[in-house]
Structure formats: C-alpha cells, structure tokens
Design a binder for this molecule. Structure first.
Ligand code: SF4
Length: 340
C-alpha cells in the first residue's frame, strides 16, 4: 500500500491513467483530499466505484500522531508529532498579522551540524517523505480548525539535503486543486548547499529562498556552520546571484545575532559590504540560548545598533521578534528534550 499524500497531482494523474482511469480523476481525488479533507474513499461520492475500489486496494491516508502541543502566550504553537516508525518531529505554528505560518520539519535529525542548533545534536536518521511533510500541514489545520496561509521549510533538517521530497511537497501544497498555498507564501531555507541552489533556480516557481548566512567571513561562518568548508561564502553568494538573475526574486539572508561572535557594528559594516548590490534583505534573529551550548544572546542595544548600521548602508533588514519565547523556541529544542 502507498501513502496517497506522497503524490503530486501530476504523478497521481500518471498513475491513474496507467491504471486505466481518466486524467481528470486526479483532480477529483485532489479536491477530496485537500479541499474537502475527506479521508474515507467511500465518501468520495463523485468517483466511480471502480476508482474508489482501486484507491482502497492500493492507497492509504494515515494521520500523524500528536505527541505534545505547547502554546506560548503570543499564540505560537509547537507540536511534536510521532511518525509511523515512532520518530518524533516538530512543527511550529506562528500567528502573524498577515496570516498563519507553519514551520515544517523536513528530516529526522540533521547532518549539517550547525554549532548553535539543537537539531544538529541529533544526526540525521532519515529524510521525511513528501507525505510526512504534507501531513504536518493537514494535522495542524485539522487540530486548530484553521487555514494555514504561509509555509516555511525551516524546521529540523536541511531541505536541500532532501531535495526531491521537498520539491514534491511544494508542488502538493501549491496545487490549485489542493491546499493552494501561493508560491510566494512558501519559503525554503537552506544552510547553503550550492549545487541545489542552482537546481532550485531552474525551477519554474515563485517560491522564496532564504539562506542561513550568520557571518560575513569564512572563519566565523565555518565555526558556526561546518558546511561553509564545502561551500564558502564567495561560492554561496555566486550561486545566490545566479538565482536572482534567473528568477528576478529577492532573497532573504538569515543572520543569527550571537553575543560577542558576530554582532558588532564592525560586523554589520562588513556584512553590508559583502551584500552590496545583491537583491536581498537581511532577517536578523536574536539568539535564543539553548542549554547545550555556550552561545549568548546579543544585548538588545547591540541588536538595534547592528540593525541600524545595516539600514544606514542601505541594506534592507528586519529585526525579528522572537516568537514563542516562553516555550522551547529554537528549532529542535522540543524534540531533543523529549528524546533525551
Ligand atoms: S540550523 Fe538547520 S541546517 Fe543547521 S543543523 Fe539546525 S536544522 Fe540543520
């Protein structure tokens, strides 16, 4: 039996046509799954009996098991879901003025090993399937009785280390007969896997790209993110410029402000110099201390000084407000706690 949530509409259409059904049947099935959220094939009333039997005999529609739900004062909700093999994954719902945004996990554990990240403490066990990502979204919508408007692939895992499944996930949630989340409302965040940035640039979608930069120089960045040894800043920025030229899209650089590491005004000047001429904005993220690491948060004054310095250099920037600060906040923290 196969998990039907793994199927993009195009793949489902191909499968159904091969089995002797009509191309439009894929659209009908998609509407049942994602518009009407019906999981009982017998209730898909406009499908022929033969198609319903075919689906019943070949496909399953499993649900994720909710393990924990934590809600912060600001309305941010963190979920810990158990997968079929009992692996635990997190998803985080954030409520913004512009809508409801879900941060999804793409891998069980992560091999990138960023030195500030709780998720990196657990090496990758496996990639998530497309279905397991789709199910995070469906589960949250059902649990909260809401419509998620924005999706960020920014939970545990490196999406470009699970490229095909993540791209299929984007196709599923973006499909006009499915959840219909606009491409411009979907953001993929990468630690900087350069070859995949080139692949991503060649996709015909308006999906946003965010890059975890966190430093303006290779020595600091390698210390924070060992992936920088493989794809140093110069190579990374070259691939980003290619992406911008190809897609005409602005990129986001994520920059974690770590006290005494990368947060001085001089760092801001050097960062601005590196990013000059790149169509981007910088998302400054105040660090949320994790027990396992020695890193400190930047003092609020330092954060604001850094931000102002970038703005003075005409670099567009935002100083992100920490969401869910009263519950386990940094990516991976909740999962690491439960498993330890
Ligand atoms: S920050 Fe992201 S890429 Fe880096 S270790 Fe954590 S989950 Fe992996």
């Amino acid at each position: 039996m196969e998990n039907l949530y793994n199927y993009t509409k195009a793949a489902l259409q191909e499968k159904l046509v091969t089995a002797g059904f009509k191309p439009f049947n894929a659209r009908q099935v998609y509407e049942w799954l994602y518009k009407k959220k019906v999981t009982d094939f017998d209730k898909m009333s406009n499908l022929s009996n033969r198609l319903r039997d075919y689906l019943k005999n070949t496909m399953v529609l499993p649900e994720l098991k909710l393990f924990t739900r934590q809600e912060a004062k600001d309305g941010t909700v963190k979920y810990l879901f158990a997968l079929e093999d009992d692996a635990l994954i997190e998803a985080v719902l954030m409520r913004h003025a512009y809508g409801k945004s879900l941060c999804v996990t793409t891998q069980v554990g992560c091999n990138i090993g960023c030195s500030f990240c709780a998720s990196g403490l657990k090496k990758k066990d496996r990639d998530l399937t497309t279905a397991e990502m789709v199910q995070q979204l469906l589960s949250v919508e059902t649990l909260e009785d809401i419509k998620v408007s924005h999706v960020v692939l920014m939970g545990t895992g490196e999406p470009f280390d699970n490229y095909d499944n993540c791209m299929a996930f984007i196709d599923v949630i973006n499909d006009p007969h499915g959840l219909e989340i606009g491409a411009r409302h979907i953001t993929v965040s990468t630690s900087g896997i350069v070859p995949k940035i080139y692949d991503f640039a060649s996709r015909d979608k308006q999906v946003n790209l965010a890059i975890s930069l966190h430093a303006h120089d290779n020595t600091t960045r390698t210390r924070l993110m060992p992936i920088n040894k493989v794809y140093p800043i110069e190579e990374l920025l070259k691939s980003i410029q290619h992406y911008i030229d190809k897609t005409n899209r602005r990129v986001t650089f994520e920059y974690l402000l770590l006290g005494g590491i990368n947060d001085t005004e001089e760092d801001a000047d050097k960062l601005a110099k590196k990013l000059k001429g790149i169509n981007c904005y910088v998302n400054l993220i105040p660090y949320n201390p994790v027990n396992e690491f020695d890193y400190k948060a930047s003092p609020i004054k330092t954060q604001h000084a850094f931000y102002k310095r970038l703005i003075n250099h005409n670099i567009q920037a935002t100083l992100r407000q920490e969401k869910g600060a009263d519950i386990d906040a940094a990516c991976g923290q909740l999962r690491v706690k439960k498993e330890s």
